[in-house]
Design a protein around this ligand. Structure first.
Ligand SMILES: NC(=O)C1=CN([C@@H]2O[C@H](COP(=O)(O)OP(=O)(O)OC[C@H]3O[C@@H](n4cnc5c(N)ncnc54)[C@H](OP(=O)(O)O)[C@@H]3O)[C@@H](O)[C@H]2O)C=CC1
Ligand SMILES: Nc1nc(=O)c2c([nH]1)NC[C@@H]1CN(c3ccc(C(=O)N[C@@H](CCC(=O)O)C(=O)O)cc3)C=[N+]21
Length: 293
């Protein structure tokens, strides 16, 4: 078993971005500025925001966080989005999901200017990604692809099973893994809560990407000997032994699955850190106006 060490890979990527940003600024470029809107207090979002702010500081980006209570109206949130769309200093921003039930996530995602949509959630960016055109690609799938590249994992002709079909992870991940270029060319199966025989399908996976949001759901009996296992899940569970009062768990039972896997990502220290790299890469592209002039 080989650990796909998100900490080591993401440190290397951040080092590379930091150097590029320094050169960009030395040549008169603008310091990249990433903003985030957080509504309420979702555990995974809190983890993300904290991690993101730390990374922005590390590599020399400006970061701004706009926090709102869960009672904010859709109209007020749309105004906040419009404010960031029109703020010339903000290069890119994300609206943390999930949003409270009374707010339509699709309405909010469509309100974000595609040029500042560093999460890659706007239909224009999703459409461009599907067609293989230059676009912001959702940070988590982007980070996972980068991890596969850096670990030189063979993907061509492999069976990739994705658990979860969300707009933010499962769906874009599936599209990227079937593309006619490395790291893609997989035969992809997308599974979800209505899938029958999930375990049997997972047992046929050469590459298993798990994003359903249930801590330690995938056990060794789901996994073929020698499979590559990518754990996207981030759930805060109560843990009295921790200073913070909680521990972060993935969707894969790591200790059970690791002996069977050829490669596996840990949680924490895996995909989450790669997501941050995806977001920073997209934000730097936004500052350089690489995709939208
Ligand atoms: N590490 C990182 O960078 C990131 C981590 N996350 C984490 O990843 C996890 C998934 O996030 P996200 O995609 O947003 O979650 P969603 O809740 O939006 O989607 C979950 C998906 O899993 C499916 N699902 C739920 N239960 C089952 C089941 N028992 N069997 C099979 N499929 C099931 C759902 O099916 P259906 O469509 O039928 O409801 C849905 O498609 C969460 O823990 C989240 O915090 C998310 C983003 C980034
Ligand atoms: N619009 C939107 N885009 C997202 O990409 C998005 C979102 N909303 N909502 C919440 C989920 C969750 N998510 C995480 C990303 C990184 C870490 C992360 O950096 N984790 C580190 C640090 C963990 C720690 O602090 O210990 C790790 O796993 O090692 C966590 C969670 C992005 N999400």
């Amino acid at each position: 078993m080989q650990l796909l060490d998100g900490k080591a890979i993401s440190s290397q990527i951040k080092f590379e971005i930091k150097n590029e940003v320094e050169a960009w600024i030395a040549n008169g470029g603008k310091k990249p500025h990433l903003a985030a809107i957080l509504v309420g207090a979702d555990g995974a979002s809190e983890t993300y925001v904290a991690s993101k702010i730390r990374s922005c500081e590390e590599i020399g980006f400006t970061s701004t966080l706009l926090r709102f209570g869960p009672e904010i109206s859709e109209k007020e949130l749309l105004e906040a989005v419009e404010g960031l769309n029109n703020d010339p200093d903000v290069d890119g921003f994300i609206v943390q999901l999930p949003l409270p039930k009374h707010i339509s996530e699709n309405t909010i995602m469509e309100a974000v200017s595609p040029a500042k949509d560093v999460d890659g959630f706007h239909p224009v960016n999703v459409g461009k990604m599907c067609k293989g055109l230059p676009a912001y690609i959702s940070a988590t799938p982007f980070g996972i692809m980068e991890m596969l590249i850096r670990a030189k994992i063979e993907t061509s002709g492999k069976h990739c099973v994705v658990i979860g079909r969300s707009q933010i992870v499962g769906l874009p991940m599936s599209i990227l893994m079937q593309r006619n270029e490395y790291p893609g060319n997989c035969t992809v199966t997308i599974t979800h809560s209505r899938t029958q025989n999930l375990k049997e399908i997972c047992q046929t996976a050469d590459i298993l990407i798990v994003a359903l949001g249930r801590p330690e759901f995938v056990t060794a009996d789901y996994v073929k000997e020698g499979a590559v296992v990518i754990d996207v899940g981030i759930t805060r569970v109560v843990d009295e032994t921790k200073k913070s009062g909680f521990a972060i768990k993935g969707d894969v039972d790591f200790n059970d699955v690791a002996p069977k896997a050829s490669y596996i990502t840990p949680v924490p220290g895996g995909v989450g850190l790669m997501t941050i790299c995806g977001l920073l890469t997209n934000t730097f592209k936004a500052a350089k106006k690489e995709i939208y002039s």
